[in-house]
Write a protein that binds this ligand. Structure first.
Ligand SMILES: [Zn+2]
Length: 439
């Protein structure tokens, strides 16, 4: 039983931050949130974790990441891909996904888990795309994630791009992993996952959803990350992507669609009507030239929206700044995407998108997933500006301590149990192996 007492507490982003409040953690759960004096009086025998000079905030939920993506940072390319299709076909599939093996995947997972914890991320959803690393890739990845005590959903992106048999192996990888995690209660779970409408047949897509629903988990796909997929769907099915999914009878709240950048009004309506879960990756949407996702509209429609790094830039403060700024420029309106809303997407919104229960707030009965962020801002912090202060003028170096499920995983800026120079050396070695295949 621990009292964590800081300068400020963010319980949830629908309320103003609370000055001079703290939380009581019992086991893996928040059991009280109140002013310091009240907590000390009620629980005089509890240990006290002094978080003075810090904001206590919910841990970030990275609702879409590709852990292996770090291996591609700085990979030699003759020239930048011409468009989104070129990004996938000439670069990502051939030079990265198809060349991955278990050791590369584990080296990347090791580094990025430490990197994410260091930036206050306590939960994440990963989508592994490595058709030649089957089977057993998810179990290998889980062993690494378990070391860090992160809350995670891992999945393999099944695709018929390589062959029909390879697609089946991918679905099977997910099914076995989901069942494995369901048997052994831990912070790591699985879900069902396939790629897109342009790499998977109708039968395959329906099979994936049926396998997900039979196991009581979400089914994830990438959706309309650029104009390629809706154009493909129009040419091959006579309708846009989400209309096609709707016609296949697979849309619903069990569907998590990441990206959702290029959407028609009808597709936006389908997402809202069918309660499809959406994840938003502002920085990687820029990287691939995909466009700017209509996220303010999705939020206004009441859609569950989470924020993700996509494995591109994993410092979640940078991801939040992307979401905060890009829509203001796009809509020429500084009022859209205020800081507290972006914080909501980065915490509770992401947990909702991933169907994690009682994650993303620091309230009684919710998970003790939290971060302590240095609050020595250049200008005075106040109720009216704290979300902006944190979002705009902090970064991962300001995250002092991080707790996941009641356990400290970062103390004084150090990720516990992580030998960063050794992790970096291992990652370099594996990046070199991958890059050697690219030239
Ligand atoms: Zn992605």
């Amino acid at each position: 039983m621990t009292l964590i007492l800081g300068d400020w507490l963010i319980t949830n982003t629908h309320e103003a931050p609370k000055r001079g409040w703290g939380v009581r953690v019992v086991g893996d759960t928040i059991m009280a949130a109140a002013p310091h004096a009240e907590l000390r009086a009620q629980f005089p025998d509890d240990a006290v974790h002094d978080a003075s000079g810090c904001v206590i905030a919910p841990g970030f939920v990275n609702a879409h990441v590709h852990l292996y993506g770090v291996l591609a940072h700085g990979i030699p390319l003759a020239k930048a891909p011409a468009d989104f299709w070129g990004f996938l076909n000439d670069f990502w599939w051939r030079l990265v996904e198809d060349a991955l093996d278990h050791e590369m995947i584990c080296a990347a997972t090791d580094w990025v888990c430490a990197e994410m914890l260091r930036s206050g991320i306590t939960s994440f959803y990963d989508c592994l795309e490595a058709p030649h690393a089957l089977p057993g890739a998810l179990l290998a990845q889980k062993q690494v994630v378990d070391k860090y005590g992160l809350r995670a959903i891992l999945s393999f992106e099944a695709t018929e791009r390589v062959s029909k048999d390879n697609g089946q192996l991918g679905l099977q990888e997910n099914a076995e992993f989901i069942e494995h995690c369901q048997r052994k209660k831990s912070l790591v779970q699985g879900l069902m996952c396939f790629h897109t409408t342009f790499t998977c047949s109708a039968d395959f897509i329906q099979q994936a959803f049926a396998m997900g629903q039979a196991r009581g988990v979400l089914t994830h796909c990438h959706c309309n990350e650029g104009v390629h997929e809706p154009n493909y769907a129009l040419a091959h099915f006579g309708m846009r992507t989400l209309e096609y999914y709707d016609q296949l009878g697979v849309t619903g709240s069990h569907m998590m669609a990441s990206q959702c950048v290029q959407l028609s009004d009808r597709e936006l309506a389908i997402i809202a009507e069918k309660n499809i879960r959406v994840t938003h990756m502002p920085l990687s949407n820029c990287e691939v030239g995909g466009g700017i996702a209509p996220i303010p509209q999705q939020v206004a429609n009441g859609v569950m929206v989470g924020l993700g790094s996509d494995g591109y830039i994993n410092d979640f403060f940078e991801v939040m700044r992307g979401a905060f700024l890009i829509h203001k420029a796009h809509q020429q309106n500084p009022q859209v995407m205020p800081a507290h809303l972006v914080w909501q997407l980065a915490t509770e919104g992401g947990a909702q998108a991933m169907a994690l229960e009682k994650v993303g707030r620091l309230e009684v009965g919710w998970a003790a997933d939290l971060q302590l962020i240095d609050a020595h801002f250049p200008t005075p912090a106040a109720e009216h500006n704290l979300y902006d202060q944190l979002l705009l003028w902090r970064n991962h170096t300001h995250v002092r301590d991080v707790m996941v499920a009641g356990q400290w995983r970062v103390r004084d800026g150090l990720v516990l149990g992580a030998d960063m120079p050794a992790l970096r050396a291992h990652l370099h070695e594996n990046a070199r192996r991958l890059w050697a295949k690219a030239v």
